[in-house]
Design a binder for this molecule. Structure first.
Ligand code: SF4
Length: 168
């Protein structure tokens, strides 16, 4: 059975910067949990950041790729460089994915770690840029199919296809 990596905050774990969660009660996620295939990860907590913590964004409209390359920084709302925490968390998420042979991840949209379709531009003005966070990028580079919580149907369709292909 294929496991799926899921942002811990979507599973109701209170790991967000503000001490809350972003629980998603979608039927597909509940089915995956029932099947015992969900592997939770919060890259920012795994990387060593506390809960709560100041909000962080990737500076100057850059994305996870540039943070991983060392040419852009993730900074928190106090101006502190938190890139090393986000990179460490991304590397740990990748290790987890590799250890469990994970091909699919569903990650919380908008986060500088987990964002898959958009993140924020580093100005802390809720301005979106079409890019990925650090963990979403490292997983995608490793061949993991990365989806947001708004794409659970697509993620599930791919999951079922992978499992059917493995049986065939
Ligand atoms: Fe959720 Fe990812 Fe942020 Fe952790 S790093 S709180 S899992 S969006």
């Amino acid at each position: 059975m294929q496991s799926v990596l899921v942002s811990a905050c979507l599973l109701g774990e209170a790991v967000r910067y503000n001490g809350g969660d972003m629980r998603c009660d979608h039927d597909i996620l509940q089915q995956w949990q029932h099947e015992g295939r969900v592997v939770a990860v919060c890259p920012e907590v795994a990387g060593g950041l506390p809960v709560p913590r100041p909000r962080a964004e990737i500076a100057e409209g850059a994305g996870g790729l540039k943070v991983l390359a060392g040419i852009a920084k993730a900074v928190d709302s106090n101006g502190r460089d938190v890139s090393a925490y986000l990179i460490s968390g991304a590397e740990q998420a990748l290790e987890l994915a590799r250890a469990r042979h994970i091909r699919i991840a569903v990650l919380k949209e908008g986060s500088p770690s987990c964002g898959t379709g958009f993140i924020f531009d580093g100005t802390f003005t809720d301005t979106r840029v079409k890019d990925r966070g650090v963990t979403a990028t490292i997983l995608q580079q490793a061949g993991v199919h990365v989806f947001s919580e708004a794409q659970l149907a697509e993620a599930d369709a791919l999951l079922r296809k992978i499992e059917a292909d493995n049986v065939a």
